[in-house]
Ligand binder design. Structure first.
Ligand SMILES: Cc1cc2nc3c(=O)[nH]c(=O)nc-3n(C[C@H](O)[C@H](O)[C@H](O)COP(=O)(O)O)c2cc1C
Length: 393
């Protein structure tokens, strides 16, 4: 009697969204490195992305990329506000395709969270010391003229004509992302940046048609999502990342996220990427209690109540746990961020941990690694067999 082969894990089963096929369901989440010069990708970016691209994920996202210079968080943000930004990004998108990795890009605008220190210099407002280091300050914009906190720049309150112009900046950056060769667009609506500032009742206290109530607060982010969906190729997916809850009294709630996701679905958004927090501090500052996969319930609720695909992210580091999220239909994709910085080969090792024989799995690794490692694997197996057969002393 033969033992049936173990079922293929869902995590390593391909999935198609629109006409884009992902070889597996592991996605590397966007991770800003704050290392660009005038918005342009540098050597560090290629080394960083290279590690992630060769690690086996089905899709790798390029970090939050600013749609305008004003929309940067720090002086080191990547940008797509001019054609000069395209070649650096095209190089990496093209390389991803040679490795059967779907190239994704996240577009963002910092709003009142702009003109800030790079995280490792303090994550606060720029200081005299930062300026002496060569950093530059700039004016910021937001739904209202309320600063992020004490010491931060007071943003300019966006007027209605300025909102129309800003939408065009998103669209222009989206067109450049297409030219650069990206297959998936993610619109950054999370972590306290401009779109989240419009959504949350804490940061959007406008009383015009772009505030006042939930419908008004959703209006600008929905206009931008709709405009981007219109220009993004119809055969390619658009993801949108939300902070599903603010985790702050009187803030954006899960009910709001469900209502918002319904609107996004009708506008053709394909996947809701469910993160949380960040309205005041960094998204990794724990206002919401941390536990393994603490944001998975947000992805689950949106998926079930709205009937839209979701991506789960946040403290997912165990492959069995990741598989279980998919098996229990809580999400369609699993995004990994910091764990991939620790171990860029997380997807490759997860597939082995979920039961695939190393020598078979390595057939799908970049041949420059896989060919050698398969041979090493056979040698390891042989040594182990010899050890097992040797008489015990
Ligand atoms: C270095 C770093 C940079 C990040 N940059 C971004 C970003 O550009 N856009 C974004 O939406 N989230 C960003 N995040 C958040 C991650 O995408 C992810 O949601 C978060 O780290 C939780 O997932 P994890 O527990 O797997 O790290 C960043 C996180 C890290 C650690």
């Amino acid at each position: 009697m033969t033992t049936p082969a173990p079922a293929k894990p869902l995590l390593f089963t391909s999935i198609a969204i629109r006409d884009i096929s992902f070889k597996n369901r592991v996605v590397i989440a966007p991770m800003a490195t704050y290392s660009a010069v005038d918005g342009i990708a540098q050597d560090f970016h290629f080394a960083h992305w290279g590690r992630l691209i060769l690690g086996g994920a089905g899709c790798v996202f390029i970090e939050a990329t600013a749609v305008s210079a004003q929309g940067r968080i720090t002086n080191g943000d990547l940008g797509l506000w001019s054609d000069a930004h395209i070649p650096g990004l095209k190089r990496v998108a093209d390389f991803m395709k040679t490795q059967n990795v779907v190239p994704g890009i996240q577009l963002g605008h910092a709003g009142r969270k702009g003109s800030m220190q790079r995280p490792w210099f303090g994550n606060g407002a720029l200081t005299a010391e930062d300026l002496a280091r060569g950093e530059k300050k700039w004016d910021t914009v937001a739904p209202t003229a309320t600063p992020l906190g004490k010491g931060h720049i007071v943003p300019h309150q966006l007027t209605i004509p300025e909102l129309a112009a800003l939408k065009e900046e998103w669209v222009s950056a989206g067109k450049r992302a297409i030219e650069a060769g990206f297959d998936v667009l993610e619109i950054h609506n999370a972590h306290g940046y401009l779109m989240h500032q419009f959504l949350s009742p804490i940061s959007n206290t406008r009383d015009d048609g772009y505030g006042a109530d939930l419908k008004g607060r959703m209006r600008f982010p929905l206009e931008v999502a709709e405009a981007l969906r219109q220009i993004w190729p119809q055969d390619k997916p658009v993801f949108l990342r939300v902070s599903a809850v603010d985790g702050v009294e009187g803030g954006w709630t899960m009910d709001d996220t469900v209502a918002y996701a319904r609107e996004l679905k009708t506008r053709g958004i394909d996947v809701i990427d469910c993160s949380s927090g960040g309205l005041f501090g960094s998204a990794t500052a724990a206002r919401i209690k941390r536990s393994w996969g603490f944001q998975v319930p947000y992805a689950e609720r949106v998926r079930h109540e709205v009937g839209i695909k979701t991506m789960a992210v946040g403290l997912i580091i165990d492959s069995l746990f990741a598989e279980d999220i998919l098996q229990q239909e809580k999400a369609d994709l699993i995004a990994i961020a910091r764990e991939a910085l620790v171990n860029p080969c997380w997807p490759q090792m997860a597939e082995i941990a979920l039961g695939r024989k190393p020598v078979d799995a390595m057939d799908d690794w970049p041949v420059q690694y896989g060919w050698w490692l398969k041979h090493r694997e056979r040698t390891i197996e042989q040594i182990r067999a010899e050890e097992a057969a040797a008489p015990q002393r």
